[in-house]
Each structure stands twice: as structure tokens, then as C-alpha cells.
Design a protein around this ligand. Structure first.
Ligand code: F6P
Length: 532
């Protein structure tokens, strides 16, 4: 019998047991937590018991998670459908040495990093002046992995932002580039066009719009542009001088790229030292992931909780709930990281997956979400595993009482999900309010919380650059481990291609140039409406 079957049977046999029952073991909390380098990951409020964990760890071992991780770290071409190595970890381990195709790639990585640092210092310290005497604002134009990472981190690390203000344009909706550029002065703005391929239609269209905006005010628009790309011939064709082009290799996947040149906007905003601390946090998590046995390995255990909830218990989504307003964009960042990586229908060998692919990931910061969608998490008919995150300390010592309240709310939610409120308890509350008879029963039923709903909590000391690096690398490796166990190639994204191709064809249709491209009645009707 396979481990998958063992897990399914074990789940079926234990599914009626309340999670609270597991806390009869007084060591439950400590035994079902991982602590490392200031972080505490508590997964004790899940239904995973010692036997389930044992089976899950055996599943990870039999899937060769350890060997696969080594293959990744050592530069083997594990992205088999694109014939590429996967080496975002090399971008944050600058002292390391990694060989791809017989060549040590690290001298190049260090050289680009040094160039980024030099340019970031020039911009921050006023040696790169633009045409207005200094740069006050930078606009990163990119999308997906060329936007979400630095955009998320620029908000997360705003207490450390002491350089030019960073802005981000991604959507091809002209409203985005228009609204971001409107309050800015072209003479004091640096535009960074960030695109791995330098062909992405949204980014190139927005870059052209920004160049027109710049050209209307400054003599030499190209002088206020920089680029980040693997495609140096295309950045040259766009008119950006090589001195301000920061290249990287195809072994950095888009959604894993914020550690290198795609992080340039972040580095300019928070400074090379803070950016360096962010890299150190990521590298520390890499070392932990490589070295620790699975049961004490935070990314592995986070992944196994994911497999337990999604593939074994059948919960199709997971909510990421940072109690940290500055992590407002983390759920969007994780959506790309997790869903573009593990949203696949076939395994590496092309065969249909035998288990479900990765889950739907969604979320919002607490406490806002509590006043929006938590109702469904507490009382809806579907179970949604929740991943809470919280710092011990905020960055506003004069608002410490608010941080305490924030923390209390975070703990209260996971406790409420665990304990719930029984019908008897709800009846007691309504009786105290003076209700009796049928009305008491009816009202009480609405106030029942089933409880027994799983959650995990990740605690960290404070959202510093180092800690953000730890958290991002933690989730990257979690996605990797889940992908290995499912047999997925987590590093390609063929599923985004069809829509891109059809959009190009439909652009011609909307222009009135190729009506034959529309094959179905619904799309024809929508086109007719839009044409007016
Ligand atoms: O369409 C998906 C995607 O290829 C992502 O994987 C990537 O992060 C994004 O587009 C942007 O790509 P690029 O950096 O090449 O513009």
C-alpha cells in the first residue's frame, strides 16, 4: 500500500477527532513546532498527529526531497521542460561557488551584484543626477515576478526606505501607468524597466508610455532609464545604455528573481546594506533547509502541512493571514510563487498527476480580513486552513499598545478556530440575554462556531530585512518541497501562454483587423459590445 493510501486511511480514521484532543498531550505545542534563528512555526493547531507526521516525513523521504534540493542548490538542470538550472539561491549566497555547464557562475553573480550596489549608491548619494539635479523617485515597470517581489518588499520594508521613493507599474491598463506617473517629475524620476525576457507585452507597452511621458519634459529620455533583463540585445534596441543594464541568467525564474537585479528598485529604496541583510536572511534559511532533518526543518514541515491539508484532507484553498499591515502584498506575492509554481496538471514525465496540484492561495492582512471574510472561515461549510503570521514587535514603539492589540487579535483568531463555541455555550449566552424557548434555540444555533478548524502560526521577532528574507525563502522552499512530492516541475509556467497568444489575436479583432480570429459566439458578442 502506498504512503498516499496510508495517509488517506489515517485521515479517514481520525477525521472525527477534534484537534483539541491532541492537546491532551502536554507536549503537543512544542512537539508540533519548529524553532529556528528567531522564528517559531507552530503547526500544533492542525489535525496532524504523530502517525500522520511520520507518514508525511516518509513521503518526503521516498520522494527524494533531500536529493532534489541538492540537485537544485548545485546547479543541475532540474527545470527539465525548459532545460534550465534553478539557482535563485546562488543570488543570496554571494560567497558560494556553483557550476552550471562546467562554469562557475558566481564571479558573474558577484560582478552584477557589485554593479547594482554601485548604481544604487550613485542614485541614493546624488552622483547619478538625472536631468533635474537628483533622483527623488524611481518607477519599476514590470509584471509578475518582475514586479510582485520588489513591490511587496518595498512596502514590507518601508521603515528602512531612506532613498528615493519607489513606485511600481505593472498592469497594461493605462490607468496604472497614468496614475503612478501623474504626480511625478520626469526630470527627477528614474524608470527601471524590469523584464526577464524584455518581450512581455504589458511591460513593453508601459515602458513605451513612460518614455513618451519622459520625452515630453526631458531632452534625453534614455538617460533616465535603466533596465533589468536577461536579454541584453533587446534592452540595447530599446535605447538603454549598457552601463545601466543589469543582466541575469536564465537560471533565475521570474517569481524567484527578487534576490538579484530584479530587486534593484528595492535596493535603491532601502540601501545596499539593508538589501544585503535581506539576502542574508534568505541564505540562512537555505542553510537551514539543506542541513536540518525533516522533522526540525521549517520549509519541509510547512510543506508537509500543505500536503496534509490540500492533498490528504481535501481542503482546496489556504489563507495567508499576516498580522502585519506592511505584508499587505505578501498574499499576492505568494499567489504567484505558489500557484504559478505548483498549478500544474501533469508530472515532470508528462503523465497526469495522481494527486491534486497545489492549492488556491489567498489572503489579506489581519485585522482587516476579520471584518470581511473571516465569517466564512469560522462558520462556512468548507474548511479553510489558515496560515497566521505575526511579529513580536512593530516598528512604532509609541504605538506599542496597538501592536499588543494586533497580537491579541491574531492569537484570538487561531484560538477561536480551534475551540469554537458549542451549542450549549451559545444557549447559555442567549439565556443570559433573557431569551427562552424556541427563540433561544433558534438564535443560539446562529451563534455556534464549529471550531476544530486548522491553522498554523509563524512568529518572528520584527519585520526587518533579514526576517523578510527568511520568510520569502521559507515559502520558496515550501513550494519546492510540495512540488517535488507531487512530482511537479515547479519552475516552468506553460499555463500562462495560451491566454497571451489569444490576447494578441483579440487585440487585432478589437482594432477591426481580423474578425475571423473569433471562434465562439460568446466572445463575438463581447467584442461587438466593446466595439460599440
Ligand atoms: O506570464 C508569466 C510570466 O512569464 C511570469 O512567470 C513572469 O514573472 C512574468 O511573466 C514577467 O515576465 P518578464 O520578466 O519576462 O517580463
Amino acid at each position: 500500500m502506498s504512503l498516499w493510501n496510508d495517509l488517506q486511511y489515517h485521515h479517514r480514521d481520525t477525521m472525527d477527532r477534534h484537534i483539541l484532543k491532541l492537546f491532551e498531550n502536554e507536549h503537543r505545542a512544542a512537539g508540533f513546532s519548529v524553532t529556528h534563528d528567531g522564528l517559531l512555526f507552530d503547526y500544533s493547531k492542525t489535525a496532524m498527529d504523530p502517525h500522520a507526521r511520520d507518514l508525511l516525513i516518509r513521503l518526503a523521504e521516498s520522494s527524494h526531497v533531500g536529493a532534489s534540493a541538492e540537485a537544485m542548490f548545485s546547479g543541475q538542470k532540474i527545470n527539465e521542460t525548459e532545460g534550465r538550472a534553478v539557482l535563485h539561491t546562488a543570488l543570496r549566497n554571494l560567497d558560494g561557488s556553483v557550476t552550471v555547464d562546467g562554469r562557475d557562475v558566481m564571479p558573474e553573480v558577484r560582478a552584477i551584484h557589485a554593479r547594482m550596489e554601485g548604481f544604487a549608491r550613485d542614485v541614493r548619494e546624488g552622483r547619478f543626477k538625472g536631468q533635474g539635479g537628483k533622483i527623488t523617485d524611481i518607477v519599476n515597470i514590470g509584471i509578475g515576478g518582475s514586479d510582485l517581489g520588489p513591490a511587496m518588499a518595498a512596502i514590507a520594508l518601508s521603515p528602512y526606505a531612506d532613498g528615493p521613493r519607489a513606485h511600481f507599474v505593472s498592469n497594461v491598463d493605462g490607468a496604472h501607468v497614468h496614475d503612478v506617473l501623474k504626480p511625478l517629475n520626469p526630470e527627477t524620476t528614474l524608470v527601471i524597466v524590469a523584464s526577464k525576457t524584455f518581450t512581455t507585452i504589458e511591460t513593453m507597452t508601459n515602458a513605451e508610455a513612460a518614455r513618451r511621458w519622459m520625452a515630453a519634459k526631458v531632452k534625453d529620455p534614455a538617460a533616465q532609464f535603466a533596465a533589468v533583463s536577461t536579454s541584453l540585445d533587446k534592452t540595447g534596441a530599446f535605447g538603454i545604455p549598457a552601463a545601466r543594464v543589469f543582466g541575469f541568467e536564465d537560471w533565475v525564474g521570474g517569481r524567484y528573481s527578487m534576490w538579484g537585479p530584479i530587486g534593484l528598485s528595492l535596493m535603491i529604496a532601502i540601501g545596499p546594506e539593508n538589501f544585503g541583510d535581506f539576502l542574508k536572511g534568505g541564505a540562512a534559511m537555505d542553510a537551514h533547509f539543506r542541513d536540518e532533518p525533516f522533522a526540525q526543518n521549517m520549509p519541509v514541515m510547512l510543506a508537509l502541512v500543505g500536503i496534509w491539508h490540500n492533498q490528504i484532507c481535501g481542503y482546496a484553498t489556504r489563507a495567508v493571514l499576516p498580522y502585519e499591515q506592511r505584508l499587505a502584498r505578501l498574499p499576492a506575492y505568494l499567489q504567484q510563487l505558489e500557484m504559478e509554481s505548483n498549478g500544474k496538471r501533469v508530472a515532470m514525465d508528462g503523465a497526469d498527476l495522481t494527486e491534486h496540484s497545489g492549492p488556491v492561495v489567498w489572503g489579506e492582512p489581519g485585522t482587516n480580513g476579520q471584518h470581511a471574510f473571516y465569517q466564512l472561515i469560522h462558520q462556512g461549510t468548507r474548511v479553510i486552513p489558515c496560515e497566521f503570521m505575526l511579529g513580536r514587535e512593530g516598528h512604532e514603539p509609541d504605538l506599542a499598545a496597538q501592536h499588543r492589540l494586533l497580537s491579541a487579535n491574531c492569537l484570538a483568531q487561531s484560538e477561536a478556530l480551534l475551540r469554537g463555541r458549542s451549542l450549549d455555550e451559545a444557549r447559555g449566552i442567549m439565556a443570559k440575554k433573557g431569551l427562552t424557548g424556541d427563540e433561544l434555540d433558534r438564535q443560539a444555533r446562529h451563534r455556534v462556531f464549529p471550531g476544530n478548524r486548522p491553522s498554523t502560526t509563524l512568529l518572528y521577532p520584527k519585520l526587518t530585512p533579514y526576517v523578510l528574507g527568511q520568510i520569502v525563502a521559507l515559502y520558496e522552499h515550501r513550494v519546492f518541497v510540495e512540488g517535488v512530492i507531487l512530482g511537479i516541475n515547479s519552475f516552468d509556467q506553460w499555463g500562462v501562454e495560451l491566454g497571451k497568444e489569444l490576447a494578441l489575436a483579440l487585440d487585432l479583432v478589437l482594432k477591426g483587423e481580423d474578425d475571423g480570429a473569433v471562434k465562439d459566439g460568446s466572445t463575438r458578442q463581447l467584442v461587438a459590445y466593446l466595439r460599440g
